[in-house]
Design a protein around this ligand. Structure first.
Ligand code: PGA
Length: 316
C-alpha cells in the first residue's frame, strides 16, 4: 500500500472537518488538490474512505479505521518534532500572537520573559478588539490568540489562564464614590461611556445588564480603554472596564472603582488555538509558557488536560 504522510495529513483534516472545501481552506490548498490526494489515498487503501452527501462527507468503516491510524501516526510524529525542538533548544522561528485590546496590559509581560529565553525568535503582536480577533481566527492569521469569550461556533482549543474582573469606574469626584452596595437602579440616571460594540468587555457587560433587565444610558462609545479612562476622569460619565486597564492605584489616574451589585463582573482570559492547526515548536513553547503563568485557580484539570492533548496531538 503506497500512502504518503502528506495524504494522511490531508485525510485527517477532511475527516475532521467532514468537508473537502473546509479542509482545503484550513490547509491552504486548492480543493481539486485535496480531492486528487484523497482519490490516490482511496486507491492505495483499496476501499472507499468517504461517502458523499451533497456537499458534506461521512467516513466509511474503512475511513474510520484509517482516521484512528492516521491520528496515531501524526501524534507520534508530533512528539518527535517536539523532542527535536527540545534538543535544538527552540533557537529560532516566528511567533504570531494576536491579543485583545484589553490584553495589551499584560501580554507584553508574557512575551518579555519568553523573548529573553529565546532571543532569536521573531515575534509579531497584533492588538485588535474582540470582533477583530474572531475575524483573524477565521482566517487562521495567528499561532495563538489571547482573548475573552472565545466563540463557540469556531473549532478552537482554549486554555483559561487568567481572571479578567470587570469593574465600574467613575471620576474620583463622583458623588457615588465610597457608597457601599450600590444597586443597578442607582445607576439609572448615570451617563455611560462604553467600549464599542465589537469589544469583548462590552459584550460581557451587555450580557450582564441584559440578564438584569438594566438599560444603561450610553452617551459615548470609544474604541480605547485609555480614551475611556480620560473621559471618565474628566467627569463625562461612568464606565465598565477590565481591572487590567486600571493602575494598581486608580486614583493616580483620577479614577475610583464603584461598589455596584454584580461587580467585579467575573470574566476570564483564554489562550486560543485553532483546533487542528499545526503548532510550530516555538508556538507550542509559548503556549506552555502562557499556561505556566496561570494563576493557581486557572489550573483546572480540564484546562491542563486540554493543553496536554493539544501538545500531544499537534497536527495539520
Ligand atoms: P476587548 O477585550 O474588550 O478589548 O475587545 C476583551 C476580549 O477579547 O474579549
Amino acid at each position: 500500500m503506497k500512502a504518503t504522510f502528506h495524504q494522511l495529513e490531508v485525510f485527517e483534516c477532511v475527516a475532521r472537518r467532514l468537508s473537502f472545501t473546509r479542509a482545503a481552506e484550513e490547509l491552504g490548498l486548492a480543493q481539486p488538490t485535496v480531492s486528487a490526494q484523497m482519490r490516490q489515498l482511496t486507491d492505495a487503501v483499496g476501499l472507499p474512505l468517504f461517502e458523499q452527501f451533497g456537499k458534506s462527507v461521512q467516513l466509511t468503516a474503512a475511513g474510520r479505521e484509517l482516521l484512528a491510524t492516521a491520528r496515531e501516526l501524526l501524534a507520534t510524529w508530533s512528539r518527535f518534532e517536539m523532542t527535536v525542538a527540545d534538543l535544538t533548544g527552540i533557537k529560532r522561528g516566528e511567533l504570531r500572537v494576536a491579543c485583545a485590546t484589553t490584553a495589551k496590559y499584560f501580554t507584553p509581560d508574557l512575551l518579555g520573559p519568553f523573548c529573553a529565553l529565546h532571543p532569536e525568535v521573531e515575534i509579531s503582536l497584533n492588538i485588535v478588539n474582540h470582533d477583530g480577533l474572531v475575524e483573524r481566527l477565521k482566517r487562521h492569521d495567528d499561532d495563538l490568540t489571547i482573548m475573552t469569550l472565545p466563540p463557540d461556533d469556531l473549532d478552537l482549543d482554549r486554555i483559561r489562564f487568567r481572571d479578567n474582573p470587570l469593574v465600574c469606574v467613575a471620576s474620583v469626584l463622583h458623588p457615588l464614590v465610597g457608597k457601599k452596595g450600590l444597586s443597578l437602579a442607582a445607576l439609572r440616571s448615570e451617563r455611560f461611556v462604553l467600549r464599542e460594540p465589537g469589544s469583548g468587555t462590552r459584550r460581557r457587560m451587555d450580557q450582564y445588564f441584559a440578564s438584569r433587565g438594566f438599560k444603561p444610558d450610553v452617551r459615548m462609545e470609544l474604541g480605547s480603554n485609555e480614551a475611556i479612562k480620560h473621559v471618565v476622569a474628566a467627569g463625562l460619565g461612568i464606565s465598565i472596564v477590565s481591572r487590567e486597564a486600571l493602575d494598581v492605584a486608580p486614583e493616580l489616574d483620577r479614577l475610583a472603582i464603584l461598589d455596584v451589585e454584580g461587580f467585579p463582573l467575573p470574566d476570564e482570559w483564554f489562550a486560543v488555538v485553532v483546533r487542528g492547526r499545526r503548532l510550530s515548536p516555538v508556538a507550542a513553547a509559548f503556549l506552555a509558557h502562557v499556561r505556566a503563568s496561570a494563576a493557581p485557580d486557572a489550573k483546572s484539570p480540564a484546562a491542563s488536560g486540554q493543553l496536554s492533548n493539544r501538545l500531544a496531538n499537534r497536527k495539520k
